[in-house]
Design a protein around this ligand. Structure first.
Ligand code: NAD
Length: 487
């Protein structure tokens, strides 16, 4: 086994970059630490600006041939990648859990099947992609999606391979080449993806993976003049940095950012369902961009809702994410734990009351927390915590509910629980959010547009919207008698 290989539960993972179909090691490394026990999993290549540029050069060199590859062949290779993901599903699941601390059972049953689906879906969508021709005074307009060029895809740690492949799959389907930069706190499954893609027959240089700290190699990727698209999922400050860096070349950006989404519970709701939806917001230890972290509950049912919520949330089992019975795993990193704790301590100092939780537990864990007595303009209501921390506020009528729901800088998602379909329509129409769930949560379909409004993002991906972003759209207008003049 190479000095550049580490093993997780018997699975070998290469710790180097993947550039132009070759493994490339950096002179320096950084430690990859498991949130489960704080132990070092291994040392990962710490990319440099030079290595980032080499990855873009490899993507540029591979672009013409991949762009000229037929749609059918591209789709075939993407399906072969999906087959590889399915074949290695158990391995991907345990490596991801060890690396980012999210539940093994979620990785097995939900996340890794979705990774395979990302490839299958965009492969199949590519084959159906078309726009009806239309006429202008007898001239035919024909719309086509042309590959755009090398794409830089930068992803976070909370759902590493799922979020990476939700970008990689449409970018490759579109005929582009890719440089993927996974988060430094969860670098491993991106390396396995490089192996799977190579085994599936993806030509060298079409997918490149560069490891390292975003702060050290980010600019080299996002300011590169040969990069034609940047798709980023992560935090608002990093997105602002990337937008500045991309400005020199006016590189088109897709930004999927944070949220502070509301979960509205009306008195006419099925309260059991509302409580269930609210407790679900602790999934992945609250490290979910879409989480409805602001519970807004109609006054008349607030006491009963809070009582039932506290009872159910207190029964959640916190512990080792590899255990089948565990509901909540660790937070990703000591720095994240510190951040969460800081938010809660400042909120309590400002007058908030912890109905449940409000403290750390052993290791890198934070107790599921519900805070009440919080002011609308307070930090804990306005800022994304990205941990298992919810706030509860009450409202007296629909007007106030909508006002509170929309009163943050974000607009990623909203969930409402109500028994009245007309109310659902009225409220939904007024909510600022990229996705609204009515009496449900986290139902995702890749045909749907996905993204956020305000500081939650720029643009939408999903279905044809992904191809609109990753391609240069072209309209070809042909004259009715154009050919006869030359005949
Ligand atoms: P982050 O912004 O700190 O890091 C995200 C990625 O950006 C990492 O790969 C990092 O290395 C890289 N990066 C850092 N500095 C960079 C720079 N200067 N240039 C280029 N890249 C750079 O975010 P995070 O802490 O990893 O992720 C959590 C955030 O992601 C939360 O705000 C969460 O809401 C958001 N998120 C959003 C969605 C969505 O779909 N809207 C999904 C998941 C997570």
């Amino acid at each position: 086994m190479s000095a550049h290989t580490l093993t997780v539960a018997g699975v070998a993972v290469d710790t180097r970059h993947w550039i132009g179909g070759e493994r490339v090691a950096s002179a320096q490394t950084f430690p990859d630490v498991s949130p489960i026990d704080g132990g070092t999993i291994g040392e990962i290549s710490r990319g440099t600006a030079g290595e980032a540029a080499a990855a873009v050069a490899a993507a540029k060199a591979a672009f013409p041939a991949w762009a000229a590859t037929s749609r059918a062949e591209r789709a075939r290779i993407l399906h072969a990648i999906a087959d590889g993901v399915d074949k290695r599903l158990e391995e991907l699941a345990i490596v991801e859990t060890t690396d980012n601390g999210a539940l093994l059972r979620s990785h097995r049953r939900g996340v890794m099947p979705r990774v395979a689906h990302n490839f299958r879906f965009f492969a199949d969508w590519l084959l159906k992609l078309e726009h009806e021709d239309f006429e202008t005074r007898g001239h035919t307009n024909h719309v086509s999606w042309d590959p755009a060029g090398p794409c830089v895809l930068i992803t976070p740690w909370n759902a590493p391979l799922m979020l990476a492949t939700w970008k990689v799959a449409p970018a490759l389907a579109a005929g582009n080449t890719v440089v993927l930069k996974p988060a430094e706190w969860s670098p491993l499954t991106a390396s396995l993806l490089a192996d799977i893609a190579a085994e599936a027959g993806l030509p060298a240089g079409v997918l490149n993976v560069v490891q390292g700290y975003g702060a050290e190699i980010g600019d080299a990727l996002t300011s590169h003049p040969d990069v034609r698209r940047i798709s980023f999922t992560g935090s608002v400050p990093t997105a602002q940095r990337i937008a500045e860096s991309a400005a020199a070349n006016l590189t088109p950006l897709s930004l999927e950012l944070g949220g502070k989404s509301p979960l509205l519970v009306f008195a006419d709701a099925d309260l059991d369902l509302a409580v269930e939806l609210a407790v679900e917001q602790y999934d992945n230890a609250g490290q979910v961009c879409l989480a409805g972290t602001r519970l807004l509950v109609e006054e008349s049912v607030a006491e009963e809702f809070t009582r039932r919520f506290a009872e159910q949330a207190s029964a959640l089992k916190q512990g080792d994410p590899r255990a089948e019975a565990t509901d909540i795993g660790p937070t990703i990193h000591p720095r994240q734990l510190e951040k969460i704790d800081g938010f809660v301590r400042r909120a309590v100092a400002a007058g908030a009351r912890a109905v449940i939780g409000g403290h750390r537990v052993d290791g890198q864990y934070y107790a599921p927390t519900l805070l009440t007595d919080v002011a609308q303009d307070s930090e804990i209501v306005q800022e994304e915590v990205f941990g298992p921390v919810l706030t509860l506020q009450t409202f007296s009528d629909e007007e106030e509910a909508v006002r509170l729901a929309n009163d943050t800088r974000f607009g990623l998602a909203a969930t409402l629980a109500t028994g009245d379909p007309e109310r659902a329509d009225r409220v939904t129409a007024r909510l600022v959010a990229g996705t609204v769930w009515v009496n449900c949560f986290f139902v995702r379909d890749l045909r749907a547009p996905f993204g956020g409004s305000r500081l939650s993002g720029v643009g939408r991906e999903g279905g044809t919207w992904s191809f609109d972003f990753y391609c240069d759209l072209k309209n070809t207008v042909t004259a009715p008698n154009g050919w006869t003049n030359h005949g």
